[in-house]
Write a protein that binds this ligand. Sequence first.
Ligand code: FE2
Length: 162
Amino acid sequence: MSLKSIDDLFLHGVKDLFYAEKKLVQTLPKMAKKATSTELKQAIEQHLGETQDQVERLERIFVLLDETPRGKKCPAMDGLIEEGKEIMEEAEDDDVLDAGMLAAAQAVEHYEIARYGTLIAWGEELGMSEAVQLLKESLKEEKNADKLLSSLAEGNLNRKAA
Ligand SMILES: [Fe+2]
């Protein structure tokens, strides 16, 4: 895919996020299953539902762009998930596992927040108000998920692991 304009970058970013969100739809249930803290399990399950909505929003953006919904391999998301997997395999204690997974989930949220933020800025520049609206809805969910994870970390999760 050659990138010659902001339009190209925008489409590239949508494809990247589409791949990333779909990958998360596969990964979050595995994380929820492994989590021992009920709160963490619930937070992950709640975000799974939101992530499915985010995939649908991206599909709608593909339609707005007159493009077939197709992801583009996102090595960043693959790497973040890979790191999360390592922690899940190597943690020797339930509390350590939870704290490690929480950190991995939060890294994923921060990545997505960065990507959605950029796409919103480009979309605004391109005058794509409908797509921007959809992206803003997803960004709001990501930020809320991040806040929820922070409150769990600041609550007892990290302390229990220490
Ligand atoms: Fe997401």
